[in-house]
Design a protein around this ligand. Structure first.
Ligand SMILES: O=C(O)C(=O)C[C@@H](O)[C@H](O)[C@H](O)COP(=O)(O)O
Length: 379
């Protein structure tokens, strides 16, 4: 992650600044080589804790060095956490709290997360809970974290009962989406990130679907202007939704009503159940693709979604290389896992479904017959 220079400006155009309004406004910057923006975001902090997975330790040092050099009194500590979902445990959060305690971290200090969605979820949660909330700046290094996890303030860890069951809403004070970091991202990780992008296309922005359907998937690489447009569009979808309903309070069964923030959970009810069943051995974006096809099948049976739009799910997710079939888990196990989904109310399962592209709503209490048939359609 190096500094932005004239060459970047010439080759990739100016950085894009997407503003997130609300009670705690912040900017999401999309561009190339954004390291020089971090100093401003750290502001007058005395201490910075950079939370990153082991594989990104060198990058963390690269980020830390200019900060240390920028101000004599600034202390920067790198906290290394496990890779992926293994970081999202109470034990790892506790290790981070202990480290912040040893550093004497105060309310004016700053956590910087550097990593994928699991790192931003964990680091955001540590920042949300330490002293009941210190500033956090996210520097996402995967496509999924850029378009989803780093934006909107959801933070959390997993428990034995399921994914993200403990957490807090804690908005970052800034997000730096440095697309040059995607150059070294394994292809499968980039493809997984496209799962959340395509999801945004279905719930709110048909132009995303058009771009995905008309671009050669091999051209979706870090330096591609189309990828950048997809990133910016997906973030814009997310910003619109979280500004209107930060704490997911608007999800209701009011007929014809938009589900508020729950719309972003499209495909996630089954996705989280599959991830848990697979002991997080499947990438989140892959599970989301499967979950979206499932819920499209459900909406076709229990609602108004046309067979054409169901098929469009298969082609859009499949085109970028994401899975659209799944049969590994017994239906009953997945239903049991879905019962602890945050959208469930009492014994009633609730799903975000579509009536058409960009027309999301909540479906409450679908019949077991419809659920089973939708799951069987994934096989
Ligand atoms: O930001 C949201 O709201 C979302 O639901 C976005 C999801 O894509 C994301 O995976 C989120 O972390 C899932 O949240 P959860 O509340 O279902 O745990």
């Amino acid at each position: 992650m190096s500094d932005h220079d004239e060459h970047d400006e010439h080759e990739h155009g100016p950085d894009t600044v997407l503003h997130v309004g609300g009670a705690a406004p912040y900017d999401v910057v999309v561009g190339h080589h954004l390291a020089d923006r971090l100093e401003d975001l750290v502001g007058d902090a005395r201490r910075v804790a950079v939370i990153c997975p082991e594989a990104l330790q060198d990058l963390a040092e690269e980020v830390a060095t200019p900060l240390v050099e920028s101000r004599e009194e600034l202390e920067v500590t790198v906290l290394v956490v496990p890779d992926g979902e293994e970081a999202k445990t109470a034990e790892v959060a506790n290790d981070c709290w202990e480290a912040l305690g040893e550093e004497g971290f105060t309310r004016s200090d700053v956590v910087v997360t550097l990593g994928g969605g699991a790192t931003t979820d964990l680091g955001g949660f540590v920042a949300a809970s330490w002293l009941r909330g210190v500033r956090v700046v996210h520097v996402p290094t995967t496509l999924l974290a850029m378009v989803d996890a780093a934006v909107g303030g959801k933070t959390g860890i997993n428990t034995a009962a399921g994914k993200n069951l403990v957490g807090a809403f804690h908005e970052p004070s800034g997000v730096l989406c440095d697309l040059s970091l995607l150059e070294s991202l394994p292809r499968a990780e980039l493809v997984a990130g496209l799962g959340e992008v395509v999801k945004c296309g279905f719930i709110a922005d048909p132009e995303i679907l058009r771009l995905v359907e008309t671009t050669d998937p091999d051209d979706l690489v870090a330096s591609s202007p189309v990828l950048r447009e997809l990133v910016e569009r997906a973030i814009a979808v997310k910003i619109d939704v979280v500004v209107a309903d930060l704490k997911e309070a608007g999800g209701s069964e009011v007929s014809g009503g938009h589900p508020g923030r729950e719309a972003l959970n499209y495909g996630h009810t089954l996705a989280h159940a599959i991830e848990r069943f697979e002991s997080y051995g499947i990438r989140h974006g892959e599970a989301v693709a499967i979950g979206c096809v499932f819920v499209a099948e459900l909406a076709h049976r229990a609602g108004d979604l046309s067979a054409d739009v169901v098929e469009r799910h298969r082609t859009a997710f499949g085109r970028v290389g994401l899975p659209t079939t799944y049969a590994a888990a017994p239906f009953e196990d997945l239903v049991a896992a879905m019962r602890v989904d945050k959208k469930a109310r009492g014994s009633v399962l609730r799903f975000v479904v579509l009536d058409d592209v960009a027309r999301p709503r909540v479906l409450a209490g679908p019949s077991e017959e419809h659920l089973r048939a939708a799951y069987e359609a994934l096989a």
